[in-house]
Structures are given as C-alpha cells and as structure tokens.
Design a protein around this ligand. Structure first.
Ligand code: GLC
Length: 563
C-alpha cells in the first residue's frame, strides 16, 4: 500500500451496526412463492418474515429481484431501479422494508455493477447504434476479441451481426459495462440513491474486484489465475484495477452523506447517529474472493468499502488446522486494518455445507471431474453433524456473519436434479462438465411432507428433493433438537452475551484436531474436528452444544459454547 493511500485512510467506525450483524441471505426466487407461479417473490418474503424474526437475524440481504430475463438467475439486470413482475412491484418492496423494519430487520440489496443484461435498454440501444457509435462506448465492443475466458466457461466475447464483439466476463447475456464511461458512473450513483431513498441499509456488491479492465485489454498471460491471490499469482487484467479504490471511496461518500432511515435501528450505536432520525451510514459488503491478505488490504482503508466477505471457510475442508489458518488470516487482517470481514459458510454460489462436510474431504481439497458432476458418496448424517458444529463456530467468531437461506434448516445440496431441469448457465457453458449451482438453490421447504412443501401452490421452478419432509420449518420448529432450533438458540445467546459479536479471540491449547478459543468475558468455543472424544475445556456452564455431549467429553464432529 502506498504512503498516499495510507495517509488518506479514515478510521473505521467501530460502532457501525454491520460490524457484528448476523445477515440472512434471501435468494428471492427460492425463498417463498406468494402468487403460486412456482418462483419465489417479495410478498413471499414478507409473508415469511416471522421465520426470520424468530430466527433472530439483524438484516436480510436480498439477491437480485430486478427485471431480468434470468440468463443468470437475476444477476443479469435489465433495469436497476425496478422489481421484476415475477417478484412483485416497488410497492411490494417498500412494504417489505417497512414490515422488516417493524421487526428490527434491516434490508440490504444486491448491486450488480460489472455487467447488466443484454436486455438492458442501453445495451439494446448500443446494438442498434452500430460500430463506432457513442452508445457502444458504454460497453466494451471491439473489432477483434482478446483471449479472455468467461468465468462461466467459454470465451468472454460474443459476436454481434455487424461483426463487432462485446465483452462478457460471465454469460453472453451479461455484457460488461465500460466503467471508464461517465454515463456508467453517473447511472450507478443514481441507482445507489434510488435504493437508499427506499430505506435500504446497504449494498452487497457483486464481483466487486472486476468492473475496470486494464487499458488496452491485454491478453491474459497463459498460466495466470484469477480469483484468490496465491504466492506467485498475477491478477487478471480485469481484476483489482487501481480505479476501483476511488470508485468505492466515491460510493462511500454517497452512502455516508445520504440521509435515511436504515430500518428502525433502535440499537444503533454509531457515533454519527442522531436519533430519532437515525442516519447511521449504510453498509457496503463486497463480493471479492481473496486468498492472501495483501489482495484485500488496499480496499480496507476505512473510507471505501465497509466490508469484504470472508469467504475463506467455504472451500476449507473439515480440518481444525485448515480452519484455524483461514480464521487467523481473516481475523488478523480485520484487526490490522480496523476493518470488518463477516464470516460466510454458504451462499447461492457454492455447494451447501452439509454436503461439503459429508463427503471424503480430499474431494473438497481437489474436486474430481466426477465431483463436478455431483457424483460422489455423501454421508448426510455426518455432514449435518459437522454443519451444526460449524454453525456454532461461525456465530462465535469475532465480527459479523452471513447465513444462507436453508442453512438454518441443515439442507443438503440437491444433487439429483435432471439435466433438463438445470437452470444455471454454468452447466451449458462448461459443456456439461460442471453441474453448476442449482443444487443450493432448490426452493425452501416450509411445511408438509411432499414437494412443494408449502413453498407455493404448485410446481417449483427448480425441483425439490422428495425426502425433505423432516427438514421443513414446520417440522423443525417443534423439535428441540432440530438444526433450526440450534440456530435460534445460538442467535438468542449471541444477542445477549457480552463476549459475542465484534471483538477479539484467544486460541486455547488443544490436542490436534480440536479448535478452541476464548472470548472475553467468560466465553469459550470448542469444536472437535477429530475422530475421538476430547475433554471439555474448563467451564462453569454449557451454554449450547451442537449435539449430545458425553459427560465431560466433546464427541467428534461436535461444537460447544461454554461459559
Ligand atoms: C456473483 C454472484 C453469482 C453471479 C455472478 C455474476 O458471483 O454471486 O451468482 O453468477 O456474480 O453476476
């Protein structure tokens, strides 16, 4: 980091609400379907807010619900300032924000700035205007493509009938914006203000490391890797360009200066808060995979992004040592910078943790072609035990946490989707060598014993498994040992316990295969990743355990909160 960057850094607001918030990710298409068309919608979310309030989350993040041809499940946005009729109306959105605020739940929306939909009016105008037109300057059109590949597989360029090519780092239905064009910059500022005016508490920024492309669009050097930085890694020419830092600083200024009610926020402790008209700043949380802290550090200057997701645990196999390495790296980075890196164990892009932890862990370290096709033995019972222990770890770590919808129910990945029913563009774009991300997006089971489990009235846009009767919200609500009640209990304790939320941790000495840390005052977490029971650390009380304890022994694949 340069001296200039350092000197412009602002101290992070240590009291900001998002630093210890538990945010629940709603993937609207799969959450709850109020109008019976087989796809979830905003009135569906509103109708199930009680579930989220009972769970005890602080905020929800809504994946895109904007008008979209759904080439990539809504991450192909045709209009950034409206609601797709499938999902409802702007009035439904306003009603949801108001009802959530009444339950003390804030609403974060997804902003997708790297690309739009091929149906976006500006892209259609650009196509019609032809080569050399000012309209094409808002996108990345060229007479010749370079060698860039799409993140979803295949070339990152598609040819249009007049012979030019346009860049799309994802699906061909997702043309990349030209972020060096002032219209694009101004348009997204309007988009931020539009949603801030409607009372959102923040933005999740999609593929926040891309947006700007290196001048001249140089070819990718063969052998270089995108994504997480590893020693010897060269960033791709479409990642981490220096202009991103200034862009996020300018967004932060908009967010910080924009008056607005971010939910009712009665518990807001931000120094800037002037209740009763609370103007605590809105949050930005960046989707950015980083493998090495040096890759993330420049963004964590205090005056740009509020948060980067801590994704490191998602690809990590069930191993105390490997978990600890990831936790240490993220936590150290957060402490050094004063920044905030909320922990994540699942989202709509990765296989669900019950399944990840229920397979031979070498397959997590190095997925084989068979695994990419969903062909592997899964021990769901083992995976569930581990996922429950992991939930206690997630919610005991210092800082905020994100919970992906359905993880509170212990849902496994739905692997048995027929090829014809698959929707994720990655399936076809990888020439069917990777089944894609549909398996974690199956519609939620609410009650009943057969599909659609009260998700809606009829067939669902993606099939649900036949064996989810015991996993529905209704089935789990009354079962004290259910995963749902484990999450509810953990969140209730977390809300009141002075040691939990933001802060620090101290690792305790443990035998190999066991993780244990203390948090002040008077809290200890232990997780046994190993195969043998181990003695519980010194304690007065067992606050919560992810599975049965064996006297004073912590069984394998079990986590416990002690005081
Ligand atoms: C992000 C989203 C993912 C989407 C991609 C392209 O990674 O999480 O679902 O496909 O961006 O927008």
């Amino acid at each position: 980091m340069s001296a200039e960057t350092e000197s412009s850094a602002q101290p992070y607001d240590q009291g900001a609400w998002w630093r210890d918030a538990v945010v629940y990710q709603v993937y609207p298409r799969s959450f709850a379907d109020a109008n019976g068309d087989g796809e979830g919608d905003l009135p569906g979310v509103l109708s199930r807010l009680g579930h989220l309030a009972d769970l005890g989350v602080d905020a929800i993040w809504l994946s895109p619900f904007y008008p979209s041809p759904l080439a990539d499940g809504g991450y192909d946005v045709a209009d950034y300032c409206d609601v797709d009729p499938r999902y409802g109306t702007l009035a439904d959105f306003d009603a949801l924000v108001a009802a959530a605020a009444a339950k003390n739940i804030k609403v974060i929306v997804d902003i997708v700035p790297n690309h739009c939909s091929a149906e976006h009016p500006w892209f259609r105008t650009a196509l019609a205007a032809g080569p050399g037109s000012p309209e094409r300057e808002r996108f990345v059109f060229r007479d010749e493509p370079n060698n860039w590949q799409s993140v979803f597989g295949g070339p990152a360029w598609t040819r249009v009938p007049d012979g030019q090519w346009y860049l799309h780092l994802f699906d061909s239905g997702q043309p990349d914006w030209n972020w060096r064009h002032p219209d694009v910059v101004a348009m997204f500022e309007r988009v931020l203000r539009f949603w801030l005016d409607r009372g959102v508490a923040g933005f999740r920024i999609d593929v926040a490391n891309m947006l700007f492309k290196q001048d001249g669009l140089p070819d990718v050097v063969p052998g270089s890797q995108g994504g997480p930085l590893t020693p010897g890694h060269t960033s791709m020419p479409y990642e981490h360009q220096p202009e991103l830092l200034d862009l996020y600083r300018s967004w932060r200024k908009i967010l910080d200066s924009h008056p607005g009610d971010r939910g009712t926020a009665p518990a807001c402790t931000a120094p800037a808060c002037t209740a009763p008209a609370c103007t605590t700043p809105a949050c930005t949380v960046a989707e950015m995979w980083f493998g090495h802290p040096d890759q993330a550090r420049p963004y964590m200057t205090g005056d740009g992004l509020a948060q980067l997701f801590g994704f490191g645990l998602m690809p990590t196999p069930w191993s105390a040592e490997e978990f600890r390495t990831v936790i240490d790296a993220s936590h150290r980075l957060a402490r050094e910078t004063g920044g905030s890196i909320p922990w994540v164990l699942g989202n709509h892009d990765v296989p669900r943790m019950v399944t990840r932890f229920g397979v031979d862990q070498d397959l997590v370290r190095a997925p084989t072609p068979e695994v990419l096709l969903g062909r592997m033995d899964v021990d769901v019972e083992l995976g569930t035990r581990r996922a429950r222990a992991a939930a206690l770890l997630l919610l005991a770590l210092p800082g905020g946490a994100y919970i992906y919808q359905g993880d509170e129910l212990g849902l496994p990945e739905h692997l048995a989707i027929a090829d014809e029913a698959r929707q994720d563009p990655m399936f076809e774009r990888t020439l069917r060598t990777f089944i894609g991300r549909d398996g974690c997006r199956a519609p939620l089971p609410w009650s009943g014993t057969t599909p659609p489990y009260a998700f809606g009235a009829g067939d669902t846009w993606l099939p649900q498994p036949e064996d989810w009767a015991a996993l529905t919200v209704a089935a789990q609500r009354g079962d004290p040992g259910s995963t749902l009640n484990l999450y509810r209990a953990a969140l209730a304790i977390r809300r009141d316990h002075p040691a939990l939320g933001d802060g620090d941790l101290t690792w305790l000495d443990t035998p190999p295969g066991v993780l244990a840390f203390a948090r002040d005052p008077g809290f200890t977490l232990m997780v046994n990743f190993g195969a043998e029971p181990v003695p519980l650390a010194w304690h007065h009380d067992v606050l919560l355990a992810s599975g049965p304890l064996d006297g004073d022994l912590l069984p394998p694949d079990t986590g416990v909160w002690l005081s």
